[in-house]
Design a protein around this ligand. Structure first.
Ligand code: AMP
Length: 421
């Protein structure tokens, strides 16, 4: 079969790497891809948000399946456009993707369907939001309703700071994405990310991981898209999975179907776990980046039949996927200055060699210069991933590989997985 994969980050490089291993695939086309992906498929320079261009490409290559990596493509309606021409798409339609693209929608949805999450109210008016804050205890959690590139969440320690956040957001800090805001209860506990493949009816557990959001060691510094991940995460027990399935995933599938927007693709549940009980922090409508990287390293089954089954409503007939029992770690190598102002253009040497068994380097923000050198071209630039018998072994291998890459323009955290170790 022919597959079109959309995206250009480390997440999509990991998906391409896994899809390429499937004997079912004749042709893998990637739009737009990155320099690391050119050995896995044909990269075409069409942006993930250019739905018209992508549909033209679907037709040109005769794609049997479109696999969507980033949320931006979903928000532009790539899944709706595929449905309109009768091509299977792994990823939700726009209305279903609201589970990620509108926090207000998701909070109301949770209330309607009794899904455990933080208590919250939605506002579009500063005076009402201020009055509501008065009734709450700090810390205050204030969120832009829409997609804000992972930046739309503020946790304010006191009332004055919270009011300033409310005014800034409703005043247009994130444009239309913060025309509405959600103010919610602060939850304590430990976070975990759980993934499920969904076909509109069935949610099938598809791995879990823990990430490190802060830029620097010891979970300090600004929030980022993610500086590293590991899987499995000890906090995710069989009991936690069973409760998450019954109280969060299943009611979400039933509720979305009943409301006329059956959810397909991958559902990424960000959970807060306290005393063994999960509450939903947020949903994402795609794989996490860099969670996807460790999941792909640990997935033993061929991924392609699962992607097809999710897209075609056939998950119920599929056996649970098989996983390597080994642990996997992903360390993000980021450009200095990330996340505020990453410095682009520095030369990276030694990233393209063979790092030996069970070590894989995925590209994210890289570019190939005319002289053939590899350059930094984004915030998160490389993902150094490894599998090992234990988390410690996986981590040691990843850092050993990273130390073999000559990139003075980059930095990384030295403590990925510390919580589990
Ligand atoms: P979100 O984009 O909604 O996942 O929020 C980003 C991060 O903010 C989460 O990963 C949590 O660390 C934190 N966060 C969000 N909502 C809450 C909450 N209600 N209570 C405590 N922490 C939260």
């Amino acid at each position: 079969m022919n597959i079109l994969l959309i995206g250009s980050g480390g997440r999509e490089h990991a998906l391409a790497w896994k899809i390429r291993q499937s004997p079912l695939v004749d042709r893998l086309v990637i739009a737009p891809g990155n320099p690391g992906m050119t050995v896995l498929g044909e990269c075409r320079d069409i942006k993930a948000t250019d739905v018209r261009g992508l549909i033209g490409l679907v037709r040109e290559v005769g794609a049997d399946l479109v696999v969507v990596g980033p949320e931006s493509a979903l928000a532009e309606g790539i899944a709706d456009a595929c449905a309109a021409i009768g091509v299977a798409c792994f990823g939700p339609k726009k209305k279903a993707a609201q589970l990620e693209s509108s926090k207000a929608f998701t909070k109301d949805f949770c209330k309607r369907h009794n899904i455990p999450t933080a208590a919250s109210e939605t506002f579009d008016n500063v005076a009402q939001a201020r009055a509501f804050l008065k009734t709450y205890q700090p810390p205050y959690v204030i969120k832009a309703d829409g997609l804000a590139a992972g930046k739309g969440v503020a946790i304010s320690p006191d009332y004055q700071d919270a009011v300033a956040e409310v005014e800034a957001m409703l005043g247009g800090r994130y444009g239309p994405a913060s025309a509405h805001i959600v103010i919610e209860e602060f939850m304590t506990g430990e976070e975990a990310s759980i993934f499920a493949l969904c076909d509109g009816e069935t949610a099938m557990l598809f791995g879990w991981a823990q990430d490190h959001k802060r830029a620097f060691d010891g979970d300090t510094g600004p929030n980022t898209g993610g500086m590293g991940t590991y899987s499995p995460a000890p906090i995710v027990t069989p009991e936690l999975l069973a409760i998450t399935q019954a109280e969060i995933l299943d009611p979400t599938m039933t509720g979305m179907k009943a409301e006329g927007h059956p959810y397909t693709g991958v559902l990424y549940a960000g959970l807060m776990v306290e005393n063994g009980r999960p509450r939903l922090v947020e949903y994402n409508a795609r794989f996490g980046d860099p969670e996807c990287q460790v999941l792909m390293l640990r997935l033993k089954s061929d991924i392609v039949p699962y992607l097809v089954a999710a897209a075609k409503g056939e998950l119920k007939a599929m056996p649970a996927p098989e996983w390597h029992t080994q642990a996997a770690v992903c360390v993000v190598f980021a450009a200095r200055g990330y996340p505020d102002s990453p410095i682009a253009g520095s030369i990276i040497r030694g990233a393209d060699r063979d790092f030996g068994p069970n070590v894989t380097v995925f590209h994210a923000g890289t570019s190939r210069a005319e002289d053939g050198s590899l350059r930094a071209a984004g915030g998160r630039v490389l993902n150094i991933c490894a599998r090992g018998e234990t988390l410690q072994e996986a981590r040691d291998k990843a850092y050993e590989a990273l130390n073999g890459i000559d990139w003075p323009g980059g930095f990384y955290r030295r403590d990925i997985g510390w919580r589990a170790l």
